[in-house]
Design a protein. Sequence first.
Length: 491
Amino acid sequence: MRGQRGSVGRYAVAIGAVAVAVALESLRTELGETKRFLLLNGAVLVAAWYGGRGPALVAIALATGAGHCFLIPPYWSVRLTTGSATVLGLAVLEMSISAALVVAVTESRAGALRDEEQLRRLNKAHRALTVSNEALVRADDAAVLLEEICRAIVDVAEYRMCWVGRAEHDEARTLRPIARAGHDEGYVDLAEITWADTERGRGPVGTTVRTGRVDVRQDIAADPTFAPWRDEALKRGYASVIATPLRDAGQVIGALAIYASEKDAFDTDAVRLLTDLSNDLAYGITALRARAQIAAERTCFEAFIMQAPVAVAVYTGPDHVVRLANRRWFALGFGIEAVGRPLRESLQRSTADGALAVLDEAYTTGEPREAAEHPILRPRPPGSVETGFYNIACQPLRSAGAAVTDLVVAISDVTAQVTARRVVEEARAAVEQASRSKDEFLRTVSHGCARRSRRSWALRRLSRGGRTSGPTTSSVGSTSSSGTRARRQGS
């Protein structure tokens, strides 16, 4: 409290109090009052309470001199009798003790007030940090997060105004406001703050973005670098300000500025807490941006799966819970109730083990796996099943920790191709069988004809042999001609 009063004023109060006390003591003496130094002691107490140690000592010195000159005979004499000296000494001792007690009490009270004020400011910063962390937990959008934290700093922590600026990398190095709260009244828009090393970039916000360090201005009215904005700031009740950098991947991307309505509002502890708040805010912005990027990539990935020309599904965890599937996957005979359930529950038991073995191997090893023309029983209405054949390709997906979390499985229905191939194979087998049967038939027919021909020739020889004992000349010639023709055919 005394620190807010000027030094001259405190000493003037001490001198004035002693002067008034001397005048009143002189009047009391003329009226016959014998108890002296009572009012002078009171003047010393006033000086000690109002001004502290220095003014109290001045008041004691003045009261001692005035008492010696005006209250203790012989008046206006430098020399004192033994009795007068004793009276004056006791009076000085009494005034000193009283002043010391008052100074001790007032300094203790002032210290308590300072501690209370410091605790109040620290609590403000702590409340701002707490509410900001709660907003970080709830937030799902960076712009909304910034607005909520600015409102919390003003409404809960009771600071005068707060705003967040983003550093633009244009030619002017503009700081573009992206969130604000409190008694702004157009101040941020009028400020035209930059982070360039110019007059409008040497304030707290521009400096913290340019240097990457926290910047505190404890007295806006006396800060020469705050001249471009001082008048507008004082109109709105700003007395001190702190600016803290916001970082993303080590690079300063902007700043958080907080304005208070009293000077020296940001002590060491408050600066530490508000710096933590700024760091948490920067982390939250980075996390939300990363989350938004992941969400966009996931949306793109899911759109690709939904539009894939083959059946595609995403299975999660070791139980292969169906997380996502496109319409071609459902066309394989799976119902919508399969989503969110382990794949085993949607497969026929007789074929489940073989299909799941491929998925288990891919999930366990983390390596892609394929299965060609894998038979799977698929349901067909009404209540019947049929065997389908599928090419299955499994691609593991890993988390940031390199652990397999999902499997992307592409399934191609090759039942028609397998069926057609089997028909062709059966037709080919039938043709080959017919060809073998034909050859066998021809061999059998040829063998029978040859046997009949030899039998007929033998009978003819027997019949001819009965009429003549040997072949005739004509028959020999005929036989020779037949042999010649046979040789020609053989050649």
